[in-house]
Design a protein around this ligand. Structure first.
Ligand code: NDP
Length: 239
């Protein structure tokens, strides 16, 4: 059965792969982008594209209204939008820290709270948050990012407890190293250092993360909630 799916940060990288995964399965998919023209990939995939900066509550509300008008209330939410502002702690500014928290943690709070209003009424829903292996491992230069991504785990588990009896699940996917623009910014040396620690010996394709998201959003995962599913080639050994 076709569902109304919303993917934040769906214009590229992992988010776009997730949007593609659901669109190809026949769902009614909306993806968000921040600026400029709607991403051409959205048209190709038959997805609705709505502008939304998750740091702005008014834009989040407007995006939901657009998605609801086009596809009906959101039944599957994938909170994927995220940024990095990597810097060693002694050089990290309050701005670097606050910006990452505002997008990667508070931004998720904004979109999940809005989705939950409708899901509670419908007594069903699937929420998947894109965290990171770094949430539980930590990473030098990423104290802001790791704090936000770890925060998602406590957030998801609280949401899972609040809405468990209403047919709503909330789970976390924790990717390791995925081949996107985010990791494309690393130097060859940084890249080799990370991949050296990955038992699979390679980075993930965005589609491999998307497949895990699709599973958690499926009927087969109805009894899975509050879980953290690593998609990291063994980097965190299940954590
Ligand atoms: P990209 O940098 O390729 O894409 C990030 C996406 O988030 C873009 O669509 C971007 O939009 C969007 N975004 C950023 N800030 C905002 C905002 N304030 N409001 C709305 N959208 C925003 O990253 P990835 O695809 O690699 O990452 C996707 C998610 O996966 C992130 O949460 C990231 O932390 C996580 N992740 C990535 C890993 C990796 O190795 N790549 C590993 C583990 C987790 P725009 O195009 O406008 O910038």
């Amino acid at each position: 059965m076709s569902r109304s799916v919303l993917v934040t940060g769906g214009n590229r990288g992992i988010g776009l792969a997730v949007a593609r995964e659901f669109a190809e399965a026949g769902d009614r998919v909306a993806l968000t982008y921040r600026t400029g023209e709607p991403p051409p990939a959205a048209t190709r995939l038959g997805c609705a594209a709505v502008t939304c900066d998750v740091t702005d509550a008014a834009q989040v509300e407007r995006a939901y209204k657009e998605v609801e008008a086009a596809h009906g209330p959101v039944e599957v939410l994938v909170a994927n939008a995220g940024i990095t502002r990597d810097r060693l702690l002694l050089r990290m500014t309050e701005r670097d820290f606050a910006d990452v928290l505002d997008t990667n943690l508070t931004g998720v709070f904004r979109v999940v709270r809005r989705a939950a209003e409708e899901m509670v009424q419908a007594r069903r829903g699937r929420i998947v948050l894109i965290s990171s292996a770094v949430a539980l491992l930590g990473a030098a230069g990423q104290s802001n990012y790791a704090a936000a991504k770890a925060g998602l785990v406590g957030f998801a588990r609280s949401v899972a407890r609040e809405f468990g009896s209403r047919g709503i699940t909330c789970n976390v996917v924790a990717p390791g190293f995925v081949e996107t623009a985010m990791t494309g910014a690393l130097t060859e040396r940084q890249r080799a250092a990370v991949l050296d620690k990955v038992p699979a010996g390679r980075g993930a394709r965005p589609a491999e993360v998307a497949a895990a998201v699709r599973f958690l959003a499926s009927g087969d995962a109805a009894y899975i909630t509050g879980a953290v599913l690593p998609v990291d080639g063994g980097l965190g050994m299940g954590h």
